[in-house]
Design a protein around this ligand. Sequence first.
Ligand code: ASP
Length: 349
Amino acid sequence: MKTTIIMNNPDTINSLQIPSVMIFLALLFSTGLITACAYPGPRTDESLQQKEYAIALHGGAGVISRNIEPEVRDGYLASLEEALKIGRDLLVDGRSSLDAVEEVIRYLENDEWFNAGKGSVFTSEGKHELDASIMDGRDLNAGAVAGVRTVKNPITLARKVMEESRHVMFASDGAERFADGTDVERVDNRYFSTDRRRKQLEQAREQAAVILGHNYSTVGVAALDRDGNLAAGTSTGGMTNKKPGRVGDSPVIAAGTYADNNSCAVSATGHGEKFIRNAVAYQVCAIMEYSGATLEEAARIVIHDKLNEGDGGIIAVDKYGNIVFEYSSPGMFRAAANSEGRFETAIWE
Ligand code: ASP
């Protein structure tokens, strides 16, 4: 810790101290004791250039075959592009990162390509149980819902939990009852069903497996607004053939979603149980804050060193507006835009 402070504040070292400090540092480096602290220090690179706004979104990571039917690929890309436009335009207009996160996720929840809202996967009982969370980087305020069955847009209910209740998370019947006291739109559980997801359930039953769909297709957004505030959110139907009541990482603050103006905003997608065990979203922010690592470095450590290959990935935006997509699966549906004219969608590299 002391070492990091010295490296970040060269002005505090007077000329008399320099030789002893250098010997001390040389000793620590040679023993390997400060390898973890080696990357901080005054950064002068591009990562410090402040962008006015930035937004990153994902539509899930997983085994996305390159032989995917062209109309499916184009369907996903068109949706991601539309979602990105919605978020980018809100941020251009000076709206908050929270608004951008909620509106983009609502759009993706209403689009049946994605495993969130309409188009969600089935539980082992042939029903839908939806999870979502949202977090405000200004004050660490957060809201989440798990196992909701009749809420058309779970992300909006999660935001209401954050803004209109004294709690962070409501689950199952309690979440439904909380929804009764709000104006969120309600639907029959069958509204979320699609033939595509039903076939995936049949396949999973045949294999007696809990699967993540032919690709995950969970959705998430991380954004920085013109006021310098970060926010993140995630929404999902979870895993095909999951047991009733199973809750993944997406509604768990620190696992699937995290945002802190001091570091970054993160939304995760992948094998939920592993993301919960590794507090993935929080770890990325914590590594940045405590070690001085860049967002890219922190994301790489968590996705490749903490998790196993193929577990999934994250999208993240830091307080400067840097955008990172880090994943260890063959692909990730994703999109990014910023105030410097970046506007792109991608699936593989
Ligand atoms: N993380 C989600 C879950 O485990 C699934 C996903 O990201 O696709 O519920």
